[in-house]
Design a binder for this molecule. Structure first.
Ligand SMILES: CO[C@H](O)c1c[n+]2c([nH]1)[C@H](O)[C@@H](O)[C@H](O)[C@H]2CO
Length: 448
């Protein structure tokens, strides 16, 4: 058996997001978010599911943190619901909303668990959406105001801050209609991407000016894309997919420019930076959060939407597809990590999401022997270890997810947790993978 030991101070964490676990959607002064509105709109979410209750984390947070401690977890990545803080997106701050996150970071501190807070995990205040949402440049200033309030209140106890989770998905909410706000208007989608980048930069500048402890970064959705063939058409289509999902955010932040090929391809609907925008966006960050799950094979497809590209899941030999229909390709994680080392200045990186939805058949006690999930996690940790051995500055790994939760348009069917949630009783039942992960953390290693 080959033991693959991780660096001494490696952060072993778990990940969730506010809308997917908190519930209490309109409690203690919380305002409506675009995901509340989207879920309350008929036929948008599978089975008519909503995040109204979710995992009731808003009320069960102390119990959940205690379970994280019992499992030996060293870091908790959560997101802050903007509408608990600014119910109307601006103006009056809601003290009860601030109090909840105050209690959360205090519980984490008592448990010796590092706090990793994301400001925007997609749940924009509906009141701001009514004013144009991320298509309205003013929203970048509302975001900076919200960031400042959070830095002031929690900055002494939060070790890692992320401005956005996966801005590309927010952009998709304006392109494909399957994510809130459920629009399909390409003419604003890339203005949205630019405003998300600008809001990120403004929040980073607020963080720098305030001299807060801790570190700040952004979390990006960086799946691995490879061409279906070596034909020029497939290679160019793959480049367009990479430009849209990676470089639309990586390049402004790390290179102070948008990917030229995509700008030319988009023409009049491309981002239109104003004077000074790119300097703000590229304000240096302390780390990059990487969400990796799978590899896709891309081909040129004349009917493939705006990018004239189509993608399908790719699985390494011996792997099938997951419950989400995603291919399994641990080597793709190593490839992405090496890309960041080779082309983006080898930044400090945290894997902020990696995990899999699995069939999860509970026994009569609700216990799940999720060996498929263990195999998935173990192989991706080996792939991450390979990258560290090649000089990648990987500082931590956060499993998606701590517990089963609301999977956006798919509702509660897909289960990603290492802890099972019995939604009828809200009981938490650690799966076999939770105990496996506890041993990985204890050993600070995985074994081949
Ligand atoms: C498609 O992979 C993306 O990186 C991705 C996967 N996931 C995500 N982003 C989101 O950040 C989470 O809220 C999802 O629950 C999670 C599982 O779908």
């Amino acid at each position: 058996m080959i033991v693959k030991a991780f660096p001494q101070d490696f952060v072993w964490g778990v990940s969730t997001s506010a809308y997917q676990v908190e519930g209490a959607w309109n409690e203690d002064g919380k305002g409506e978010s675009i995901w509340d509105r989207f879920c309350h709109t008929p036929y948008r979410i599978a089975n008519g599911d909503t995040g109204d209750i979710a995992c009731d984390h808003y009320h069960r947070m102390p119990e959940d943190v205690a379970l994280m401690k019992e499992l030996g977890v060293k870091g908790y990545r959560f997101s802050i619901a903007w509408t608990r803080i600014f119910p109307d997106g601006k103006g009056k701050v809601n003290p009860k909303g601030l109090d909840f996150y105050d209690r959360l970071v205090d519980e984490l501190g008592k448990a010796g668990i590092l706090a990793n807070a994301t400001l925007n995990h997609w749940d924009l205040p509906q009141a701001l959406q009514d004013l144009g949402g991320w298509a309205n440049r003013d929203t970048t200033d509302r975001f900076a105001e919200y960031a400042r309030v959070m830095f002031d209140r929690l900055g002494d106890r939060v070790a890692l801050w992320a401005t956005h989770n996966e801005p590309v998905v927010v952009t998709s909410g304006y392109l494909g209609g399957s994510m809130a706000p459920g629009l399909a208007d390409a003419s604003v989608a890339y203005r949205v991407a630019h405003h998300l980048n600008l809001a990120h930069g403004k929040a980073v500048q607020v963080f720098r000016q305030g001299g807060y402890p801790g570190k700040i970064g952004i979390v990006l959705d960086l799946q691995n894309y490879i061409p279906e063939s070596d034909s020029e058409a497939d290679v160019l289509a793959t480049q367009r997919m990479l430009d849209h999902s990676h470089h639309l955010f990586l390049d402004p932040i790390f290179k102070r420019q948008y990917p030229q090929g995509l700008m030319e391809w988009l023409g009049t609907i491309a981002p239109q930076p104003q004077e000074g925008d790119m300097e703000i966006i590229s304000t240096p960050i302390d780390f990059l959060g990487l969400n990796y799950y799978f590899t896709l094979k891309v081909r040129y497809e004349p009917w493939g939407g705006l990018l004239k590209a189509a993608a399908r899941p790719f699985s390494a030999p011996m792997w099938s597809q997951t419950e989400m229909g995603w291919g399994v390709h641990p080597e793709g994680l190593t490839a992405i990590l090496l890309k960041l080392r080779n082309h983006y200045g080898n930044p400090d990186i945290y894997i902020t999401e990696n995990g899999t939805a699995a069939p999860d058949q509970p026994d009569e006690h609700g216990f799940v022997q999720d060996r498929e999930r263990i195999a998935y996690l173990r192989r991706h940790l080996i792939a991450a270890h390979d990258a560290i051995q090649q000089g990648v500055n990987l500082r931590g790994y956060f499993v998606w997810s701590f517990m089963d939760n609301f999977e956006w348009a798919l509702g509660y069917r897909p289960r990603f947790g290492i802890v099972r949630v019995d939604y009828a009783t809200q009981k938490r039942i650690p799966k076999l993978s939770a105990y496996w992960y506890r041993e990985v953390i204890r050993q600070n290693a995985v074994w081949e």
